[in-house]
Design a binder for this molecule. Structure first.
Ligand code: ADP
Ligand code: MG
Length: 251
């Protein structure tokens, strides 16, 4: 089982959108579990699952609930979800109260090691203990970057946090919400992947096709397969998969 964390210190950059579409692509041939770690529950909503964790998050973290008991099915038979829950607002405190507080996600996932080939973690923004947990568990960290000076700063922050881990994950950044009418965006598309080794040349356009996920409540590939948006997520999955395969097992 491999783990991909979709993460940035910044909010609103396309993490959840990426997590759901990557999970869907991966589920074409792997057994995939997506864990929605954001109390906002956007990934849970997009996959049409009830935002409630059976037994609550504390029971899952302290071992009274099993991981299997909190998993829910989606419309895709190879894609399951651990839903968001209002209790995740206190997730940092719950982790902090537990032993080895940065390794709780790794422990919780080890129970389903044989049930899934891939886990995707949809992380909340910020440098929380939740993020530390996700990065501890992750083999690969996927970072969406909206072309702007601020997002490059956030990439630097992510690099620093990832590098501090005991077994650092591989980083895969890509440009998200790109609007080619804007000069700064076109410049970023041309220059960024050349100057930064961990930024790929994959570009996810800013488009209403992607915004529609909120009403379709499924991945772009399901309702708009022949679009640039769908192709960009498929390309991102191919890249992510090859990086994850090349990574030696952590667990
Ligand atoms: N490529 C895109 N084009 C247009 N809208 C997008 C795109 N990616 C994300 N969005 C929209 O932007 C908002 C934030 O995206 P989201 O994936 O939830 O970001 P995050 O998880 O980083 O906060 C959502 O309303 C989403 O539909
Ligand atoms: Mg999100």
């Amino acid at each position: 089982m491999k783990v991909i964390a979709v993460y940035s210190t910044k909010g609103g950059v396309g993490k959840t959108t990426t997590a759901v579409n990557l999970a869907w692509e991966a589920a074409a041939d792997l057994r995939v579990l997506l864990w929605d770690l954001d109390p906002q529950g956007a990934a849970t909503y997009l996959l049409d699952v009830k935002p409630k964790l059976k037994g609550g998050i504390e029971a899952l973290v302290d071992g009274r609930s099993s991981t299997r008991s909190v998993v829910r099915q989606t419309a895709n038979r190879r894609l399951d979800v651990i839903p968001a829950d209002a209790g995740y607002r206190e997730l940092d405190l719950v982790f902090d109260a537990a032993k080895k507080s940065a390794e709780r996600i790794t422990r919780i996932l080890s129970q389903v090691e044989r049930d899934y080939d891939l886990v995707i973690l949809d992380c909340p923004p910020g440098e929380s203990l939740v993020a530390q947990n996700a990065l501890h568990a992750a083999d690969l960290v996927v970072v969406p970057l909206v072309p702007s000076p601020l997002s490059l700063r956030s990439l630097d922050q992510v690099r620093t946090i990832v590098a501090e881990a005991e077994h650092p994950a591989t980083l895969l950044a890509f440009l998200s919400m790109v609007d080619r009418r804007k000069v700064a965006h076109r410049d970023a598309v041309r220059d960024l992947h050349r100057s930064q080794a961990d930024v790929s040349n994959i570009v996810v356009p800013s488009t209403v096709v992607i915004e529609r996920m909120g009403s379709e409540r499924t991945a772009v590939a399901e309702y708009a397969p022949n679009t640039e948006a769908a192709r960009s997520f498929s390309e991102l999955w191919v890249r992510a998969q090859s990086l994850v395969k090349a990574k030696r097992r952590k667990r």
